[in-house]
Design a protein around this ligand. Structure first.
Ligand code: AKG
Ligand code: FE2
Length: 241
């Protein structure tokens, strides 16, 4: 038993050593968030970490551990394949790769808090697999007034994604939200298009940046995550997820 634990720890240590965060890249990410509300960083994560995460996702898929994604704040598993077609699995530190990824994102959370004083207190994330033809229509990740998701992150795991592979994430300029919230049909200007190449990290303000995933031609793997602030709704602390 103790050997199993030792092996797990050894793998965590090796992966940590192979995937340091670059402080200069973190500074750029924070500056981007301040000045444009998003940051698009290629090669943010090492190949060692990306490959370990992708193997982990493939292992989970082989065990049928992914479930169709729902929409809505509490992820009621209300199936909405006309809106999004991905299958997901929440990260939970069950593997060295997940443990190291969550640790790195926690370090990033602390750096963002130090720079912006915004009191992000936790990070939650899920693997996502979009089968060929799947997409995620334009949406925002958090609604103003109940903004417990503050910054959205997406890390891509697709090695050598072809130029015509589809599956780009498009970020749009922020829109006024009317009394009924976000209007998915209003005219809107594109800010950037993120090619889902392995190692890329994209992040943006969750309540201000509408975004969509264009239909993918190939199976597409990613980790979507959110830095959260604890929000209470009618005095009840809002649960994660
Ligand atoms: O995978 C992506 O590029 C974005 C996914 C997304 O918008 C979400 O899960 O909320
Ligand atoms: Fe999203």
């Amino acid at each position: 038993m103790s050997t199993v634990i030792d092996d797990f720890d050894r793998e965590v240590q090796a992966l940590l050593a192979a995937s340091p965060l670059n402080p200069e890249r973190i500074d750029v990410l924070i500056e981007d968030l301040i000045h444009q509300g998003f940051s698009h960083q290629r090669d943010f994560f090492s190949s060692a970490l990306i490959d370990a995460l992708l193997s982990d996702l493939e292992r989970l898929e082989a065990h049928d551990a992914l479930t169709s994604a729902g929409i809505g704040r509490l992820q009621e598993h209300q199936l909405a394949s006309s809106v999004r077609g991905d299958a997901i699995r929440w990260l939970n530190r069950e593997s060295p790769a997940q443990q190291v990824y969550l640790q790195r994102l926690d370090e990033l959370r602390e750096e963002i808090n130090r720079a912006l004083f915004i009191g992000l207190f936790e990070f939650e994330a899920h693997f996502a697999r979009y089968p060929p033809g799947a997409f995620y229509k334009r949406h925002v990740d958090s609604f103003q007034g109940r903004a417990n998701r503050v910054i959205s992150t997406v890390t891509y795991l697709n090695r050598d994604w072809p130029i015509d592979g589809g599956g780009e994430m498009v970020l749009f300029e922020s829109q006024q939200q009317g009394p009924d919230g976000f209007d998915p049909h209003a005219p809107i200007r594109e800010m950037t298009r993120v090619h889902p190449e392995a190692g890329t990290l994209a992040c943006f303000l969750s309540d201000a940046v509408p975004h969509e995933v264009l239909p993918t031609r190939l199976p597409r793997a990613s980790i979507a995550g959110w830095f959260r602030r604890n929000a209470s709704v009618n005095g009840v602390v809002d649960p994660a997820r």
